[in-house]
Write a protein that binds this ligand. Sequence first.
Ligand SMILES: [Zn+2]
Length: 406
Amino acid sequence: MKNLLLSIVFWILCAPYALAQDLNALARVDADRTTYTESRNGVSLTLGLSQPVPYRLFTLADPVRLVMDFKELDFALLPKEFGADAAYLKSVNSGAFKPGWTRMVLELSEPMLVSLVEMQTEGNNDRGVLSVELRKTDDQTFRAKSNPPRDRFWGLKPEEITVTAKERQDGSRPIIVMLDPGHGGIDHGAIYDGYSEKDLVLQFALELKEALVRTGRFRAFMTRQDDVFQSLPGRIAEARTMNADILVSLHADAISEGSASGVTVYTVSQKASDASAELLASQLSRSDLLAGVDLTDQDDALAGVLMDMARLETQERSDLLAEMTVVGIAQSVGQLRSRPHLSADFAVLKAPDIPSILIELGFMTNRRDLQNLVTKAWREKVIDGIVLAFDTWAVEDAAQAKLLRK
Ligand SMILES: [Zn+2]
């Protein structure tokens, strides 16, 4: 490996990251795009928002109500007449529910369940619109389906989580790779020069999957196959469901300042290895909030898991995978950043039992990087490098597993 490392041509660069899109600005309800209508079967509700925001919905019994939580949403402009004279609506209340979150509660006169919910971006100005359909149901069904959210693994308290150490690969079977193209759906990721990050990384993931499968030494899956939103916990859950040996997250973010370029490989760490890595991590985690997943709770749950011994072993295996990937890509394309392997606090890399890396394929704001990303020949070279790296890692990782068992 040392010789390979020496062959890397380093790129000198260090630039601060900036948010491609300001997700912090407080969103407002737009009165003129907000509607409430009733029919024989239920209720249709449209909330016009000044921008799409993270949200979640659920129903509760006693009394029958619909609860809607929004991240940083100002309800001051909710029309006074909203739901006035409504037959199915007993009361509407909204207000701060915990720091950064606003809750709206509609008390209903009879049991209704959410039959459709959709947050869409509207027009060219990136306004949001939340559509909700409620359908009448019987009391028994309503009660069965009405509970506060409990998001699989992620809603659990640390002591409720049992980490069953996954059977470590020993070289005797194909490596199961979960590819995770970043962003998707309403979350575009970086947008630059007419290109969306979500599309570029999906294209890359499809090609990488194909290349891995073709070797016969890998089985490969994807956290999303097309342009849909996938939450960060959802991405890890996919990896776990498929019994993945490794999770590989793919991004190509934008920076508005400086001249960052080249490929960077990240592993998770509680402490970011530099300020720009930390900013990037917070940027990526924040984008997850768009789908209504509250990461603030998740971190508590993870704190316990991270103490597990399995986590340490996984960290070492992730670091090795990252280093091999850096070397593999450098070999095939001949250039990388000055510090091509960095660590940061990325939520998507936090599966305690699955070695995980995040590959920044380049920065869309850099002309050459963007040109590379849209060039098939360049992608093929990088993919060759990654396949070589994963092959090398698989052998080394199996050898270390044997040592551990002795
Ligand atoms: Zn990204």
